[in-house]
Design a protein around this ligand. Sequence first.
Ligand SMILES: [Fe+2]
Length: 411
Amino acid sequence: MKAEPSSFKNSKETMHKHIEKTKLDKKLQAVFGPHAYSEGPLATSGTGRRYVGVKLSTPLNSDQVEFLVDSLSHFQILCISGQNFESFSLAHFERFANHWGAPIPHPSNVRRRGENVEWKPFKDRNVSAVNATFPDQLQCLPHTSPTVFVASNMSGPRKEGEPVSVSPGGDWHVDIECERLPIYVSMFLVHKVPESRDAPGGTWIEAPNDIEKFGSLQENPDEELMRLRSQLPLDGGTAYADTEAAFAALPESEQEVLERTRVHRRLNWKDEGWLAPLVRTNPRSGLKSLHSPIWNSRPAIKPPVLVEGMNAGESRAFLDRLEKHVLQPRFRYDHTHTPGDVTIWDNYMILHNSPPIKTNIHSIDDARLLYRISCKGEPALTLPRNDVQEWLDQHINGGYVTPKEIIRVDK
Ligand SMILES: [Fe+2]
């Protein structure tokens, strides 16, 4: 991202991660009206804010967008709660996403035929299985856009006789750090969250008694790292770790070394790859953060990274030590989802992880349904975006551009 002027740089009260709530609310109300207010910090590290009274079903003006973009640059996670499904659709969600970058068709919605890329028909996407699970009780919001990834634990009518099972949490990661232009922002719109709390301890999922079942990096001999990785929400929420606060907490001498460190990233094993900085500076807030300090965040499908000047073993030891630092409880935050929330995070400044989830569910009370869109590139204060087709072809699946009908959804 290139530097753009911040709307708060020249004001007397600069926004920052530990800004007082009253000062933040004053700014929020100046752009969104007197009924808007903030909650937070959401995490003990100071990261995360919830904005209440911010309606995303109407088009945003440039002051409102700039306020939100600046907010994310300081707070790393924003939860804009209370969207009403009577008026807020997935078209509104995609229009909103366009302010943060060019929305990317999710790989699971894309079919490749040689050089050609086409969008999978709706009936072949996992959304159809979701709709068939509790057909009279829950249906996905209508959409056809390939940018909408349906994150759900519903895969069709339940299999008789098969018990409910629990899939373990995932590996700590950022979304698509392994492309030349990584993903900037990802966002969830929350439709349905699990309501049952029948596990011992009153949670949705029982606390793990075997940490090796969590994530796929099972062979790591460092028990403390494994324990930290396995500390995931038991209510279907999303786990985050603040890589800005984690970087800031390191001694200056170590920060200097990390700022000079580059990592060799590759999309696939056969790729030559490229060198990418491990530390990024946010162009608006100036905050420095670690971008995906993980040795191998997708062991089953992607190669591990190499640190410049180190061999494989040294790279792993170097990055495992950083991951252990970042996953300390003081940098962690478990976000509980609520229907109607739009939750946005900056992938350059945050790690995240999926929680353990019940599958083959028998009851609507166990259903979890979220929609995710991810974006690349620069924020846009006004729409439509002005991305050059050559740039889109290079960085966005199929050169996708959100159709005019979605940008003008209310007109
Ligand atoms: Fe992710």
